[in-house]
Design a protein around this ligand. Structure first.
Ligand SMILES: O=C(CO)[C@H](O)[C@H](O)COP(=O)(O)O
Ligand SMILES: [Co+2]
Length: 228
């Protein structure tokens, strides 16, 4: 089957922003396609960030779409609340869900796009037959839990297999990558077939975060165009 028409989306992660003034920090990235919000529970991952009340406050502080990345245990119980809070997409980890198909359907029923994430070492193949249930598949390119880590090139073949499987099946699922995305790594991820890119330190570590995200998005689009 012919490759689906793709576009590039850049989602800055506020994990690398100043949490004491989140509203102002989000106002520095007006060109973002969505704001990536990392929810960590100090159980699924060894770090603690923020939860539903803060996501609700962020929802009020910006008109940008919210891309919620849940790194929490018992996703079946907690994820639907984030859809209710007005997130455009809610991504749960497959490793934290007992019923991923049911959860994806519940997220869609509550008006959010359904995303499912896989840690670097989690196999893709057991989940390929549920791609139609998903709007987005997140392939982690670092171990979840912290920003500023190095991109794991070992995930590149999994990105290629996911893109190939989606294209072969004609499923319009986005393939998101998260972790270590920068000017040094985004071309390889785009060439492998990713189309949604999360970048935390590479955006908020720049003097001009909006210029940085635009440059990253342009770089990914050029890479995608050169291999399409
Ligand atoms: O989910 C995450 C960590 O678990 C973050 O979204 C990710 O690490 C972004 O930060 P950076 O671009 O600095 O790697
Ligand atoms: Co994330």
């Amino acid at each position: 089957m012919a490759e689906l028409q793709r576009s590039v989306h850049l989602h800055p992660s506020i994990l690398s922003a100043d949490f004491s003034r989140l509203g102002e920090e989000i106002a520095r990235i007006p060109s973002a396609d969505a704001v990536h919000v990392d929810v960590m529970d100090n159980h699924f991952v060894p770090n603690l960030t923020l939860g539903l009340p803060v996501v609700e406050a962020i929802r009020r502080a910006t008109s940008l779409p919210l891309d919620i990345h849940l790194m929490i245990s018992d996703a079946d119980r907690w994820a639907p609340g984030y859809a209710e809070a007005g997130a455009e997409s809610v991504t749960f980890h497959a490793e934290a869900s007992g019923a991923p198909i049911r959860l994806a359907r519940e997220l869609r029923a509550r008006g959010a796009q359904a995303g499912m994430a896989l840690k670097p070492a989690t196999a893709l193949e057991p989940y390929l037959d549920m791609l139609t249930e998903l709007d987005m598949l997140l392939l982690m390119t670092v171990e979840p839990g912290f920003g500023g880590q190095a991109f794991l090139e070992v995930v590149l073949p999994k990105i290629r297999r996911a893109r190939q499987a989606a294209d072969d099946a004609g499923v319009p699922v986005a393939v998101q990558v998260d972790g270590g995305i920068s000017a040094q790594t985004i071309t390889a991820a785009a060439e492998a077939g990713a189309d949604v890119f999360v970048a935390g330190s590479a955006v908020y570590g720049a003097d001009d975060p909006d210029a940085a995200l635009i440059a990253l998005r342009d770089q990914a689009a050029a890479a995608q165009g050169s291999c399409g």
